[in-house]
Design a protein around this ligand. Structure first.
Ligand code: HEM
Length: 140
């Protein structure tokens, strides 16, 4: 039962993390293409999406750490799994950096730096793809 609960939360968090990346990326892309800066309400949405993404990643780590230990007795599962957690660690770091950056810029009433946001979104997408492919290989 505990494992079922952990897996359900692991999968739910994947849904949220992916949704944030796709949704947030889309909003950024639409505004960039229109050569506009998101207005105050859209900025609020983006900020909340950022927090949701970070929250989802933290839940992925907590449930993932439990799953590894309860099912496999530790983190030495296979190479693909090692790649998966390294990519997941980078995702977590990027999410922290972006959230701190967005928090600071909104405190200073400035829009977030475009290049930082673009780099983070693109790297985030690549990393989540790496995590998913390596999860598929690891638990094949
Ligand atoms: C961005 C972060 C993450 C994503 C997108 C992700 C994605 C996934 C996916 C799709 C699966 C299902 C694989 C399958 O059953 O074929 C899975 C399972 C698993 N994940 Fe994650 N994961 C993430 C983070 C983590 C972390 C940080 C850990 C460990 C520290 C972890 C540990 C596990 C374990 C042990 C399973 C296997 C459970 C089982 O045997 O059914 N995950 N993950």
């Amino acid at each position: 039962m505990f494992i079922v609960l952990l897996k359900t939360f692991h999968y739910l968090a994947i849904l949220f993390a992916g949704g944030v990346l796709v949704g947030g990326g889309l909003i950024h892309a639409v505004f960039t293409r229109a050569n506009q800066v998101p207005d105050i309400n859209v900025s609020k949405v983006l900020k909340i999406l950022g927090y949701l993404g970070l929250g989802a990643l933290i839940i992925l780590w907590i449930t993932g750490i439990f799953l590894s230990n309860v099912i496999y007795g530790g983190f030495a599962i296979n190479t693909a799994f090692t790649i998966k957690i390294i990519a997941a660690a980078f995702l977590l770091i990027i999410s922290f950096i972006v959230n701190i950056h967005v928090y600071n810029s909104s405190k200073n009433q400035q829009p977030p730096n475009k290049s930082i946001m673009k780099m983070a979104t693109m790297t985030g997408r690549g990393l989540i793809l790496i995590v998913l492919v390596s999860a598929a290989i690891a638990f094949n």
